[in-house]
Ligand binder design. Structure first.
Ligand SMILES: *[C@@H]1O[C@H](CO)[C@@H](O)[C@H](O)[C@H]1NC(C)=O
Ligand SMILES: *[C@@H]1O[C@H](CO)[C@@H](O)[C@H](O)[C@H]1NC(C)=O
Ligand SMILES: *[C@@H]1O[C@H](CO)[C@@H](O)[C@H](O)[C@H]1NC(C)=O
Ligand SMILES: *[C@@H]1O[C@H](CO)[C@@H](O)[C@H](O)[C@H]1NC(C)=O
Ligand SMILES: *[C@@H]1O[C@H](CO)[C@@H](O)[C@H](O)[C@H]1NC(C)=O
Ligand SMILES: *[C@@H]1O[C@H](CO)[C@@H](O)[C@H](O)[C@H]1NC(C)=O
Ligand SMILES: *[C@@H]1O[C@H](CO)[C@@H](O)[C@H](O)[C@H]1NC(C)=O
Ligand SMILES: *[C@@H]1O[C@H](CO)[C@@H](O)[C@H](O)[C@H]1NC(C)=O
Ligand SMILES: *[C@@H]1O[C@H](CO)[C@@H](O)[C@H](O)[C@H]1NC(C)=O
Ligand SMILES: *[C@@H]1O[C@H](CO)[C@@H](O)[C@H](O)[C@H]1NC(C)=O
Ligand SMILES: [Zn+2]
Length: 628
C-alpha cells in the first residue's frame, strides 16, 4: 500500500511536471488574450468618469468595472498559483517572471470592497475637481462672493493660475488657504481609503499599501536608496533655496522672517516647481527671458499644435509617432460645459492600439513641457506594446516618469527653441545662467517635495501617522525637507496633504523623485549617442536617430527585466546616479555659491541634520533652531 502510494504520488508529480511545462504557454497565451479585453473594458469605464464628472451614472459603472478586473486578476493569480506553485519547476526566466507578476495581486479585495475603494477615490476626485471659491477682488483686496457662481474659481485653471502669477501676498494666502479648506473635505474619505487599501494589501501578502507600492521597484533597499539620493542632492537644493529666500524677502519685505519660506509664495500650489517666480528672481534680469510663453501666444500656438510639436520631436529621433486613435480619442482641451479631471495623464488601454492623453492644455511653456512628459508615457506604451501583457510596464515606475522629461531637457535648450523659431538665442554666459536657473526652479526645487510625499504616505499606511496626526506629520516633513511653513496656523481638522492630486487619487509618488535624477542620466546617455560634445546642458539631440535607437532599445524592454538591467542598456551601468544632474547644473551651482557667499547669507532653515549629512553642507548655517 505504502509503496504503491508512493509510486503513484511520484507518477502524479511527474505528470504534473510535464503538464506544467506544456501548460505554461497555454496559460500565458490565455492570460494575454483575455487580459487585453479585460483591461480595455476597465480603462474605458475609468476614462468615461474622468472626462465626465457630471454624469452621476458613470461612477457606479466604473467601480463595477474595477471590481470586475480585480476579480479577474485574482482568479488568474490563483490559477497560476495552483498550476505552477512556487515556480521552481519553470526554467524559462521570462515565463517565470510573467507568472510571478501575475501572482502578485497587490491590493486584494472582494467585489464589494473593491467597489467601495473605487467609489472613495472617485468621491475624492469629485471634491478636488468640482468645488469652487469666491474670486479675489483686486478692488477690495478681499474675496468677492457676489460674482455669479459660474465665474467662481475652479482649482484648474483659476486657483493654480493665481498662485503662479499673483504677486499679492494676501491674495496668494487667500487662494492657498481656500484650496486647503476644500482639500479638508476629503479627509474622512481618505481615512476610509487608507483602511480599505491596507486591508487589500495585507490580503495580497504585503505589510501595508506602502510596502506594496515599494515592491514595484523590486529593490529591497528602496527606502535607503532614496534617502541616500536625497542627502546627495541636498547641497544643491540648499544653494538654490538660500538664493530664492533672499529674493523673496526683497519681494515681500517684512512679510516673513529669515527662516523657512511661507509655502504660498513660491509660484506653485504645492511649492514643488518654482519656475513661475523666475521673472523676479532671475540671475540676470536684463537678459532676454528664456520663457517662450509670449512667443507661443504671438505665433498662434494651440493645444493641438503643442501636441504636434512634441510628436514631431519624437519622430525626429526615429521613434514611433502618435497613431490615429491617439489623435481621435485624446482630450486636449478642457470642455466648456462639464467638469472633468484636469490633472494631466496618459492612458494605455492595453489593447495595443488605443493610447490617450487627457489634459486641460493651456498655451504656455509649462504646459508644452507637460505635453512632452505625457507623450513620453505614450511612447513607452507603444514601444513595449509587443511585450506580453504582464511586461507592459516601465522598468520601474520612475523610468516611466522620466521618458518625456528626458526629451524635454533637449527641447528646452535655447539651441532647440531657436531651431523651432520660438527664441532668438544670443548665446552668452548670462543667458546660460538664466537658462540653468529656470531649469533648477523646475528640477532642483522639486527634489525634496518629490521625496517627502511618499515618506508621508508610507508613514500613513504603516500607522506612524493617523488621522489625528496627518497634518502635523505632513508639516514636519514639509519643513524638515523643503524648508517651508504654512502661511497661517492650520486648523486641527486640516488635511493639507490632500491638496495634492496624487494623494487623493491614490497614485504613488516616489517615482517622480527617482525620475528627476534618472532623467539626467538618460539625457546624458542620449547626448553621447548623438555625439554632442559641448557642455551637457547645451545638448540638443533633435534629429539624432542614434539617440532615438538607444532610447527605444531600453523602452522596448518594458518590465521584462529588473530595472538595473534597463539602466545598463541605456547608460552602461546599473545605478541611479545623481552625477549627471550635478554635471548639468555645475555652472549654476558655482554661480549661486558665489552669490550666496557675496551676500554673506546663511544656509538651511534651522533644521539640524545628522552629522553625516551636515558635513556635506555649506556653512555658515542659519542660527535659528526649529522645533523638531
Ligand atoms: C457626459 O454626461 C452627459 C450627461 O449624462 C452626457 O450628456 C454626455 O454625453 C457625456 N459626455 C461624454 C463625453 O461622455
Ligand atoms: C530545468 O532545469 C533543470 C536543471 O537545469 C533540468 O534538470 C530540467 O530538465 C529542466 N526542465 C525543463 C523542463 O527544461
Ligand atoms: C460617495 O459620494 C456619494 C455622493 O456624495 C455618497 O452618497 C457615497 O456614500 C460616497 N461613497 C463613499 C464610499 O463614501
Ligand atoms: C463683486 O462682483 C460683483 C459682480 O461681478 C461686482 O459688481 C462688484 O463690483 C464686485 N465687487 C468688488 C469689490 O470687486
Ligand atoms: C477656511 O475655513 C475656515 C474654517 O475652518 C474659515 O475660518 C476660513 O475663513 C476659510 N478660509 C478661506 C480662505 O476660505
Ligand atoms: C457639451 O458640449 C459639447 C460640444 O461643445 C457637446 O457635444 C455636449 O453634448 C455638451 N454636453 C452637455 C452636457 O451639455
Ligand atoms: C527674432 O528677431 C526677429 C528680428 O528682430 C523678429 O522678427 C522675430 O519675431 C524674433 N523671434 C523671436 C522668436 O523672438
Ligand atoms: C494617533 O497617534 C497619536 C500619536 O501616536 C496618538 O496619541 C493618538 O491616540 C492616535 N489617535 C488615534 C485616533 O488613533
Ligand atoms: C559619432 O562619432 C562616432 C565616432 O567618432 C562615429 O562613428 C559616428 O558616425 C558618429 N555619429 C554621428 C551621428 O555623427
Ligand atoms: C550599483 O549597483 C550594483 C547592483 O545593482 C550594486 O551592487 C553596487 O553597489 C552599486 N554601486 C554603487 C556605486 O552604488
Ligand atoms: Zn507622468
Amino acid at each position: 500500500m505504502k509503496r504503491h502510494r508512493l509510486v503513484s504520488l511520484a507518477l502524479i508529480a511527474l505528470a504534473s511536471l510535464i503538464s506544467a511545462h506544456s501548460n505554461v504557454d497555454d496559460f500565458l497565451a490565455k492570460y494575454n488574450r483575455l487580459g487585453q479585453q479585460e483591461y480595455y473594458d476597465d480603462s474605458v469605464a475609468s476614462w468615461s468618469v474622468a472626462v465626465n464628472l457630471d454624469d452621476k451614472s458613470l461612477p457606479e459603472i466604473a467601480a463595477k468595472a474595477d471590481a470586475n478586473i480585480a476579480g479577474w486578476e485574482q482568479m488568474m493569480a490563483a490559477q497560476a498559483a495552483t498550476q505552477f506553485g512556487d515556480l521552481k519547476s519553470i526554467n524559462d526566466t521570462s515565463k517565470k517572471r510573467q507568472l510571478k507578476m501575475i501572482q502578485r495581486v497587490g491590493v486584494k479585495l472582494n467585489s464589494a470592497d473593491t467597489i467601495r475603494l473605487s467609489t472613495l477615490l472617485i468621491n475624492m476626485t469629485n471634491v478636488y475637481n468640482k468645488n469652487r471659491i469666491c474670486p479675489w477682488s483686486k478692488v477690495s483686496r478681499a474675496p468677492n462672493c457676489s460674482v455669479p457662481h459660474e465665474h467662481w474659481w475652479r482649482s484648474d485653471p483659476e486657483m493654480f493660475d493665481r498662485i503662479s502669477h499673483s504677486r499679492d501676498y494676501d491674495e496668494l494666502a487667500y487662494v492657498w488657504t481656500a484650496w486647503r479648506n476644500i482639500s479638508a473635505l476629503n479627509k474622512a474619505y481618505f481615512q476610509q481609503y487608507v483602511e480599505m487599501s491596507n486591508k487589500g494589501a495585507r490580503q495580497g501578502g504585503f505589510k501595508d499599501t506602502g510596502d506594496y507600492w515599494r515592491s514595484l521597484f523590486e529593490s529591497d533597499d528602496l527606502k535607503d536608496m532614496m534617502d541616500q539620493k536625497f542627502q546627495e542632492v541636498l547641497p544643491l537644493y540648499e544653494e538654490l533655496y538660500t538664493y530664492i529666500r533672499r529674493k523673496l524677502l526683497a519681494q515681500y519685505p517684512g512679510r516673513f522672517e529669515t527662516s523657512a519660506i511661507p509655502a504660498h509664495i513660491l509660484g506653485n500650489m504645492w511649492a514643488q516647481d518654482w519656475s513661475d517666480i523666475g521673472d523676479f528672481t532671475a540671475p540676470f534680469p536684463n537678459i532676454a527671458t528664456v520663457d517662450i510663453t509670449e512667443q507661443m501666444v504671438t505665433q498662434g500656438y494651440t493645444p493641438l499644435k503643442m501636441f504636434q510639436t512634441a510628436d514631431a520631436f519624437f519622430q525626429s529621433l526615429g521613434l514611433i509617432k502618435m497613431n490615429d486613435e491617439f489623435w481621435k480619442n485624446s482630450m486636449m482641451v478642457q470642455p466648456q460645459n462639464r467638469s472633468v479631471v484636469c490633472h494631466p495623464s496618459a492612458w494605455d488601454f492595453r489593447n495595443g492600439q488605443d493610447f490617450r492623453i487627457k489634459m486641460c492644455t493651456q498655451v504656455n511653456m509649462a504646459n508644452l513641457l507637460i505635453v512632452h512628459h505625457e507623450m513620453g508615457h505614450i511612447e513607452y506604451y507603444m514601444q513595449y506594446a509587443k511585450q506580453p501583457l504582464s511586461f507592459r510596464e516601465g522598468a520601474n515606475p520612475g523610468f516611466h516618469e522620466a521618458i518625456g522629461d528626458t526629451i524635454a531637457l533637449s527641447v528646452v535648450t535655447p539651441q532647440h527653441l531657436q531651431e523651432i523659431g520660438l527664441l532668438n538665442s544670443t548665446s552668452s554666459y548670462e543667458q546660460d545662467i538664466n537658462f540653468l536657473f529656470k531649469q533648477a526652479l523646475r528640477k532642483v526645487a522639486f527634489l525634496p517635495s518629490g521625496y517627502l510625499i511618499d515618506l508621508w504616505r508610507w508613514s500613513v499606511f504603516d500607522g506612524t501617522y493617523n488621522s489625528s496626526t496627518y497634518n502635523t506629520g505632513w508639516w514636519d516633513l514639509r519643513t524638515k525637507y523643503q524648508g517651508i511653513v504654512p502661511p497661517n496656523n492650520r486648523p486641527v481638522d486640516a488635511f493639507d496633504a490632500g491638496s495634492k492630486y496624487h494623494v487623493i487619487s491614490g497614485t504613488p509618488y516616489i517615482r517622480y523623485f527617482f525620475s528627476h535624477i534618472a532623467q539626467f542620466q538618460f539625457y546624458k546617455a542620449m547626448c553621447k549617442a548623438a555625439n554632442q560634445t559641448d557642455a551637457l546642458y547645451k545638448c540638443d539631440f533633435f534629429n539624432s536617430k542614434e539617440a532615438g535607437d538607444l532610447l527605444s532599445r531600453m523602452l522596448q524592454l518594458g518590465g521584462s527585466l529588473p530595472w538595473p538591467q534597463a539602466m545598463q542598456k541605456i547608460t552602461g551601468q546599473q545605478n541611479l546616479d545623481a552625477g549627471a544632474m550635478f554635471e548639468y547644473f555645475e555652472p549654476l551651482q558655482d554661480w549661486l555659491r558665489n552669490e550666496n557667499m557675496k551676500a554673506g547669507d546663511c544656509y538651511g532653515w534651522g533644521y539640524t541634520w545628522p552629522d553625516a549629512v551636515m558635513k556635506n553642507l555649506n556653512t555658515p548655517r542659519c542660527g535659528l533652531t526649529l522645533d523638531q
